[in-house]
Design a protein around this ligand. Sequence first.
Ligand code: ATP
Ligand code: MG
Length: 246
Amino acid sequence: MSDVPKTHPRYLSLTLRDTIVAGVEQGITSIHGLIAHGRGEAFDYLIGEATQPFAIEAIHAAAAMLCLAEHPVISVNGNVAALAPEALIQLGQVLNAPLEVNIFHTETGREQKIRAYLLKHGASDVLMPTTEARLSYIDSNRKFVHPDGIFKADVVFVPLEDGDRCEALRKMGKDVVTVDLNPMSRTAKQASITIVDNVVRALPLLCEKIRELSSDATAQNILKKYSNAAVLQKALEHISRSGNGN
Ligand code: ATP
Ligand code: MG
């Protein structure tokens, strides 16, 4: 880790950068993941590096959708595994949902390294891609899934998702909950619920909201009122206002 002083105005952002670099060094995060992270940083800067009301609204809806799901599954890639392993495991525990490794760039052993890393941080089990079950509408390596995980899921939680797979999951009739700092990405637009926030801030809040949800009726009510398009519009408006110095 580099010696960023705690008083540095960009301390948190620089610490996260160190964390993702460490992820690459440990073979968990793809080198391409650094580019995705950089794009995320730029949008985080634009939203003010804080959880905004449009993200809170989406977190409420995401909690409701995940609680009502019959078979929710948490998809894990190399960036989120490096940035928030404990929070991912906690989410799996509060939802009683499996974690499943699903990555684009399968450099030798990276899937196994992500699994081992999650187990080391306290996950009880981590599902792996198989050749027994495949997603339709997708050609990349990410089509290989676990028959009892993403393949069977009715709701998939996929932070930092690639647009292609989000589209494939939606076409297969699954709901997708994502966390994506870019409200203009294909993922953000195609997901059922998009939390426009840094995954590091959003995950603990999501766990908290799931614990607080009192009943199915409350969850159904939250979902009825939710519009993802409206939330994305609020995020874009927030970004353009901050560009005007407000
Ligand atoms: P899409 O394929 O959906 O159009 P993309 O090709 O622009 O998106 P990808 O590389 O596929 O981007 O996915 C990375 C996405 O994750 C980007 O939209 C980026 O803003 C976002 N992102 C990166 N780091 C974080 C983070 N820490 N928290 C939340 N989102 C992040
Ligand atoms: Mg993409």
